[in-house]
Design a protein around this ligand. Structure first.
Ligand code: GDP
Ligand code: IMO
Ligand code: MG
Length: 428
């Protein structure tokens, strides 16, 4: 099975990093195709814990060629910080490839991200402040700076001038800030050009050639389905295509080359930042899930909002991504609860919705309709087969599979690499 896409099925932080790491020993390339250093992926290998933001999690697997695809926005300073952090811990980072067509995040994008959020006030998105939205906005406005531009100072200067032209008016006249100097940005970006050059490649060509040679490629999404710019809870989303289709656009391979799509989903739900979240808990059970699940953002350190599993979202993610497999993570966090509610549909002003409402306001007013399942007391972290799970945990998983629109192929029972129950082979 040569081309496999791995996406988040909820609002991010489902455990994509761990799932990628699990497959790492069996794939040749791991490709990041969207987002930037707004992501925060945790990978636990033995006693070592790694937090990755910009680099694909596959960089931790020896033998894998990690690729930053054309759909990514790259903060070059962060790229080198992360590479140095990994090198100092003994990770081989020499094989990394960066697309020449990926867009750059400069310091003025970070500035704009922060001032825009402040300006939005009540309507703020709760972004990570990493300059993601402003960099993608430049890409769509056709005033972006691409990695390839760094290797021609004349072109780079012209691109920076073009990008800053309108922004400086905005910064000075609307946001009451100082104008950004072209020379300062030029210096900031050129500082890394020589170090970056050997990593830069025509990644669409490299990846298509690899597929032709029968290599196995894993496309690892940042963010998740409900944060996708088209299919998420707009406007409370990120600015890229985090769904499976994004793997095609963001890496330059054709849709006919994708063989399977794995969705990673938590056994409950979390969300960071603003925006609607029907099953959110505001009581002590929410705090319990937050504490027991260690639900703190890897990138910004913000406490994640917590709630019950939402099958309407699971079915939506299955459909939008064409999921072939689900990896359910963090089942262990639910241990000790007497009853576990699962949202099976929504009630919107007296009308039942079994599928995601098409209208944004309906989703904002959705009240979950719950089925309650019995919980279990036994520690499940040592379970390695379905038979090792208590009967109620097995029933909970069976119930999720029956209502989520996709088969469950693995279950996470702890953060470590081996804390997993494999059910179906994810690469066959
Ligand atoms: P990502 O952004 O999707 O890669 O996920 P994050 O790394 O932001 O958040 C997932 C968190 O859950 C990390 O701290 C993981 O170590 C942890 N994790 C992943 N799978 C499991 C699991 O099955 N059980 C538990 N208890 N933790 C898990
Ligand atoms: P991983 O890959 C969870 C959220 C932010 C904010 C919104 C827009 O670890 O799952 P942005 O900075 O992207 O413009 O912020 O998206 N967000 C994430 N939430 N996990 C992530 O990544 C996220 N990346 C962005 O909190 O609500
Ligand atoms: Mg994360």
């Amino acid at each position: 099975m040569p081309a496999v896409v791995l996406v988040g099925a909820q609002w991010g932080d489902e455990g994509k990093g761990k799932a990628t790491d699990l497959l790492g020993s069996r794939v040749d390339y791991v490709v990041k195709f969207n987002g930037g250093n707004n992501a925060g992926h945790t990978v636990v290998i033995g006693d070592e814990k790694y937090a990755l933001h910009l680099l694909p999690s596959g960089i931790l697997s020896p033998g894998v060629i990690p690729v930053i695809g054309n759909g990514v926005v790259v903060d070059i300073e962060v790229l080198f910080q992360e590479l140095e952090m990994l090198s100092s811990r003994g990770v081989d980072v020499s094989k990394l490839l960066v697309s020449s067509q990926a867009h750059v995040i400069a310091s003025f994008h970070r500035t704009l991200d922060k001032v825009t959020e402040r300006f939005l006030g009540q309507r703020r998105i709760g972004t990570t402040g990493r300059g993601i939205g402003p960099s993608y906005a430049d890409k769509i406005n056709r005033v972006g700076i691409r990695i390839a531009d760094l290797f021609d100072p004349k072109i780079l200067r012209a691109k920076i001038e073009g990008s800053l032209d309108q922004k400086n008016h905005l910064l000075v006249k609307v946001y009451n800030r100082r104008a950004v100097e072209v020379d300062a940005v030029l210096e900031e970006l050129l500082a890394y050009a020589d170090r970056l050059r050997p990593m830069v490649a025509n990644t669409p060509l490299v990846l298509n050639n690899a597929l032709d040679e029968g290599k196995t490629l894993l496309f690892e999404a940042g963010q998740a389905t409900m944060l996708d710019i088209d299919h998420g809870t707009y406007p409370f989303v990120t600015s890229s295509s985090a769904t499976a289709g994004g793997a095609v656009i963001g890496s330059g391979i054709g849709p006919t080359r994708i063989d399977s799509v794995i969705g990673v989903i938590k056994a409950y739900t979390t969300r960071v930042g603003e925006g609607p979240f029907p099953t959110e808990l505001f009581d002590e059970t929410g705090v319990y899930l937050q504490t027991k699940g260690g639900e703190v953002g890897v990138t910004t350190g913000r406490a994640r909002r917590c709630g019950w599993y939402d099958a309407v979202i699971a079915r939506y993610a299955s459909r939008i991504n064409g999921l072939t497999d689900l990896v359910v993570t963090k089942l262990d966090v639910l241990t000790g609860l007497e009853k576990i509610p699962v949202c099976v549909a929504y009630n919107v002003d007296g009308q039942r919705f079994d599928e995601m409402p098409d209208n944004q306001s309906d989703f904002h007013h959705a009240v979950p309709i719950y089925d309650e399942l019995p919980g279990w007391e036994e520690d499940i972290s040592a379970a390695r087969t379905l038979a090792d799970l208590p009967a109620n945990a097995r029933s909970y998983m069976q119930f999720l599979e029956d209502i989520s629109g996709c088969r469950i192929s693995a279950i996470g029972v702890g953060p470590a690499r081996n804390e997993i129950i494999p059910i179906h082979n994810l690469l066959s």
